[in-house]
Write a protein that binds this ligand. Structure first.
Ligand SMILES: [Zn+2]
Ligand SMILES: [Zn+2]
Length: 177
């Protein structure tokens, strides 16, 4: 979604639109395979300007199909991210740069239009957990047979890796020998 610079006025205007996710999914696929968005992002943004500084405040929401980091099962994940962005000209007209307050994200723009797409992609990616889990209680996969422990108990005997136990086992074997 692009907004013409001339359409951004001192008086706030609001825009609600759907952002396609094809390019976003390509980016995600090249980084990892944990997420894929299954519907366009829903963007709600209020924009205005002060001289050449542009302000974008709002929220971006999306629904992704995620793969659990423990059991590898797919599950739907709804994410949303509120944003407050300030865009200043890449070449300041006055030569002095005013720094934005700490709670604002400041970026630069060039040309006669603002492309919201990369900004919204960046924001929604901030909302994605580093490691997706289908649930906090996910029991993951059995390290021996690979079956999903959430759906049932497999027949595997869990080998303990505690060194104290293996020391005991060795002791027992020595005694029997
Ligand atoms: Zn899981
Ligand atoms: Zn097993």
């Amino acid at each position: 979604m692009k907004i013409q610079l001339n359409d951004i006025l001192a008086v706030e205007d609001t825009l609600d639109y759907a952002e396609p996710v094809e390019a976003l999914n390509e980016t995600l696929a090249s980084a990892n395979h944990d997420y894929e968005f299954v519907a366009p992002l829903q963007v709600h943004v209020t924009y205005s300007r002060s001289q050449m500084d542009l302000f974008f405040d709002g929220e971006v929401r999306g629904r992704a199909q995620a793969s659990c980091g423990r059991c590898l099962e797919g599950f739907p994940l709804d994410v949303s991210q509120a944003f407050s962005l300030v865009l200043t000209p890449a070449t300041p007209l006055t030569g002095e740069i005013e720094l934005a307050p700490g709670d604002l994200t400041q970026s630069f723009y060039e040309g006669t239009e603002i492309d919201l797409t990369p900004l919204m992609y960046e924001q929604i990616m901030l909302a994605l957990p580093t490691r997706p889990l289908c649930g906090e209680e996910c029991r993951g996969l059995c390290p021996q047979c690979g079956s999903n422990r959430n759906t049932g108990q497999c027949a595997c005997v869990v080998e303990t890796s505690d060194p104290r136990w293996s020391a005991l086992r060795n002791l027992k074997i020595d005694r029997d020998a």
